[in-house]
Design a protein. Structure first.
Lengths: 189, 546, 130
């Protein structure tokens, strides 16, 4: 995994990395892991452990939650905007973006806005329909974790077999990395 | 023309390897068809009525002789001996085997060609004026910008799963040969106040079920801001375009539903944030790409006193099929792929080889594809026109009908396409045969035929447009009049009830008869006459009993 | 779906590897001709045929299976829809395609079968003369 972009703002609480587990659903930092997060059921209790809230729940309980010691994560649907929660982003150690169908490409833009417009520095996780052929694009726009159910995709990740065109014609983010078409950047400074 | 450097060559090779892997996983069953379909579409592979179809990109319609010969070779080796040039300046093969397609793509990569993003919900082939770099009308060659946008949009990680396809067209002349107002983004390259180059940017055009003409979103965009502005438009579209209904998913629907003002505010707010960032185009980079499009070394010998031996057909061909070139002593030649009674836009492998030879010897090794499904030899010396004409005549492609009523645009239609409701090619053939005897008398008149509502034949912007539909299991045709894709863009209007396959031929002939009868004189072209007379006299003629 | 008398259903799809139009025959093979094709008449038969299509698509033999409504006329099967007639017979204009070369009869099917494509090369219809 590339080093985290120094330009991003670290969240108030560090992102969590679960234990390595071949049956775990979360691909992060080169391995499948157990998920330290759990979703909060609608109308249910938050509890003490790291919990994922949707936007509506966050908005409803924001005042109370701002001082919550346990980690809070935000789970966003494909159509959820992020401008209205931009001020709160450092509160989330994790943000998940849902790909309801793999053809629903909204989260690619949302991810870039989170990273590049708002400098979100926590874990950005792709959930929903995550397939091997989209993973290279997801990485480039800023996802650093993936919830993967699709068996062939899990195998491809475990065996480091995700086929990608490693040459990029577009600069994405502030540190495009090796293989980027240099001429599409303006000179630095 | 653009030449790949190591980066570009490695890119297409890796892409071929990636697709080979995807095809293998499909054939083994590791990928289901649902999972494979968006992947194959990104490499231009459709499943059509009879077989797979492969759509090969011809960026902004420009090819070298070597590339055209490779297409001929592919037609012969992997397909059934011919190809079809499309309304987006691409080429389609109708019979490739899925198992052969990785090899076909590898062969294309050898000559710097590919099929990347010729389909799918991403940015498609950026089309440009087929007379670019040759006509005196343009303010500058638009193709370097098309090349820049092509590269930037290739495998763009943010914009590979848009709500729907996205088409960009670019022109640099006041007379718009690229139909930019029918595109999702239309770019008009022009000189800005202050002297630099820039663009009028049009957004939200598109045909299909609900046609719209594009609206002007920004009148004077400096060239350095081209990519950042397009990125802002695409980001707003990606986030807010509808994804619930495939017929409401294009950007034209978004622009028209929230209104141009609101759309523009969203775009410009985002653009303000990114315009001075990493996508600002350095002048030396624009110049570097422009250098690839430098004009060829033109000969400066004076043209011959006489072009040819006395020959009326040659005269007609020069009058109809050649266009003034910016370089004295040269002409732009249109090769009509619409022989009378023939299939619009098709060329055999042998014809492609011969045209490649002609291009190499007589057109500075360059040939173009126009969105009108014809080919163009951009740089032919006047003294060579006779030889070019003879060689085209020998392969049956010297019909002097560019822009005439027999220069018909027709989609492949139900003969090939799984989406079609009716056949368009036989209609085109019959109309061509019926109207050929009077084609010179009639003058400029574009007939455009689509076999279904997706409008790949561009019937909404035909002076005479024909839309094939299915009525009780049988083919049926609607007639539209008065459309145009030029700078004076207009959507055609439907005349009334439709016709069967025989009725539509007669109806079109009646339209032509009415025009000839009522026009102010031969100098009043069809569209002008239609604007003056209105639809009524035409409708009366079409629907009169007997 | 077989509402009109004399209308039956057959199962068609495209072969995965080469996209060729194929039909399910009584041996359970996908072949490029209607000879020996499975004909469904009753609603149960239609359902069974449809399910077989999905099953074979899942086995990656074919893609996009669907039922085609046909009329039985003097022992032959004719598709009701023009679209299906074109799909069965091939493009109607092949005689006029410049340089068209019909494929060599290959006999290669998913599980052997006739070669419909060769027939297409013979039968293209001529354009109407003015």
């Amino acid at each position: 995994m590339p080093a985290p972009d120094p330009g991003l703002r670290a969240p108030l609480q560090p992102s969590l990395t679960g234990e390595v587990d071949a049956a775990g659903l979360i691909w992060k930092e080169g391995a499948f892991r157990r998920d330290p997060w759990r979703p909060c059921p609608v109308g249910g209790e938050l509890g003490a452990s790291p919990v994922l809230l949707d936007k509506a729940r966050w908005a409803a309980e924001r005042a109370r939650l701002l001082s919550r010691p346990a980690p809070i994560g935000l789970s966003l649907a494909g159509g959820d905007g992020v401008d209205d929660i931009a001020a709160d982003l450092t509160r989330f150690a994790l943000i998940t973006l849902n790909f309801a169908k793999f053809s629903d490409g909204r989260a690619f833009s949302t991810a870039r806005l989170l990273r590049e417009k708002y400098g979100y520095g926590g874990e950005l996780r792709a959930v929903g329909n995550v397939l091997s052929d989209q993973i290279p694009f997801m990485r480039r726009v800023g996802f650093d974790a993936f919830e993967v159910h699709h068996a062939p995709t899990r195998r491809a990740l475990s065996e480091d077999r995700i086929a990608e065109v490693g040459l990029y014609y577009q600069p994405i983010g502030s540190a495009p990395g090796p293989g980027t078409r240099a001429w599409l950047r303006s000179s630095v400074g | 023309m653009y030449r790949y450097d190591e980066f570009d060559a490695a890119f297409v090779r890796q892409r071929v390897a990636q697709f080979r892997d995807q095809v293998a996983r499909r054939l083994s069953g590791e990928l289901t068809e649902d999972e494979f379909k968006p992947l194959r579409l990104k490499n231009g592979v459709y499943l059509q009525l009879h077989a797979y179809m492969l759509r090969i990109a011809i960026p902004y319609g420009t090819m070298s002789a070597r590339q055209l010969r490779k297409l001929a070779h592919i037609a012969r080796t992997y397909d059934r001996g011919f190809g079809h040039f499309t309304t987006r300046q691409n080429l389609q093969f109708n019979w490739p085997k899925l198992s052969d397609i990785p090899d076909i793509l590898a062969e294309l990569a050898e000559v710097e060609m590919h099929a990347i993003q010729t389909s799918g919900n991403n940015v498609r082939n950026v089309t440009a004026d087929h007379f670019a770099g040759a006509t005196a009308e343009e303010v500058a060659d638009p193709r370097p910008y098309a090349e820049i946008v092509r590269q930037w949009s290739s495998l763009h990680p943010e914009f590979s799963f848009l709500p729907r396809k996205f088409k960009i067209g670019i022109t640099a002349s006041e007379h718009d040969r690229s139909a930019i107002k029918t595109h999702d983004i239309g770019l008009h390259l022009k000189r800005l106040a202050g002297g630099g180059l820039g663009f009028a940017v049009w957004v939200g055009g598109g045909q299909g079920r609900t046609p719209y003409l594009a609206q002007l979103i920004r009148d004077a965009l400096p060239e350095a801001d081209l990519l950042s502005y397009i990125e802002a438009i695409l980001r707003v579209y990606n986030l807010h375009g509808r994804r619930d209904n495939i017929h409401k998913a294009r950007i034209k629907i978004l622009v028209n539903s929230i209104g141009l003002q609101a759309f523009r505010s969203e775009v410009e707010a985002e653009w303000a944030r990114i315009k001075d960032g990493v996508l600002k185009l350095p002048a030396q980079e624009i110049a570097r790409i422009e250098a690839y499009f430098a004009p060829p070394q033109f000969a400066t010998r004076p043209p011959p006193a006489a072009l040819r031996p006395a020959d009326r057909s040659f005269d007609r061909w020069v009058t109809r099929n050649t266009h003034a070139h910016k370089q004295p002593g040269y002409a732009i030649v249109t090769i009509s792929l619409k022989p009378i009674g023939g299939i619009p836009g098709d060329a055999s492998a042998a014809q492609m080889d011969t045209i490649a030879d002609i291009a190499q010897r007589f057109s500075c090794d360059e040939v173009r594809v126009s969105h009108e499904q014809n080919l163009v030899l951009p740089h032919v010396r006047l003294g060579d026109l006779w030889s070019v004409y003879q060689e085209l005549k020998a392969i049956g492609l010297a019909e002097a009908n560019a822009g005439l009523v027999t220069d018909i645009i027709a989609c492949p239609g139900l003969d090939y396409c799984a989406l079609a409701n009716a056949r368009s090619i036989p209609i085109a053939q019959r109309l061509s045969a019926r109207l050929a005897p009077r084609q010179d008398l009639v003058g400029d008149l574009k007939i455009k035929i689509s076999g279904c509502i997706n409008a790949c034949g561009h019937h909404h912007v035909g002076a005479i447009g024909i839309l094939g539909v299915e009525k009780r299991g049988e083919e049926h045709y609607q007639l539209l009049l008065g459309g145009s894709g030029t700078e004076a863009a207009a959507l055609a209007s439907i005349t009334g009830p439709g016709f069967g396959p025989d009725g539509i031929i007669d109806a079109v002939e009646k339209v032509v008869d009415t025009y000839l009868r009522l026009r102010a004189g031969p100098q009043e072209a069809f569209l002008a006459a239609y604007a003056r007379l209105g639809a009524e006299p035409f409708k009366e003629a079409i629907y009169a009993s007997t | 779906m077989s509402k009109a008398s004399g209308h039956v259903q057959v199962l068609t799809a495209n072969r995965l590897s080469d996209g060729a139009v194929v039909f399910l025959n009584f041996d359970g093979d996908w072949v490029a001709t209607l000879a020996g094709v499975v004909i469904a008449r009753s609603p149960d038969e239609v359902r069974g045929l449809s399910a077989r299509g999905l099953f074979d698509a899942g086995r990656n033999l074919v893609v996009d299976p669907y039922l085609v409504e046909m009329r039985e006329v003097a022992g032959a099967l004719l598709p009701i829809r023009q679209r299906e007639r074109v799909r069965l017979e091939g493009p109607s204009i092949l005689d006029d395609v410049p340089g068209y070369t019909a494929p060599a009869a290959s006999g290669v099917g998913v599980n052997a079968g006739g070669n419909r494509e060769a027939a297409c090369g013979d039968r293209g219809r001529r354009a109407e003369a003015a």
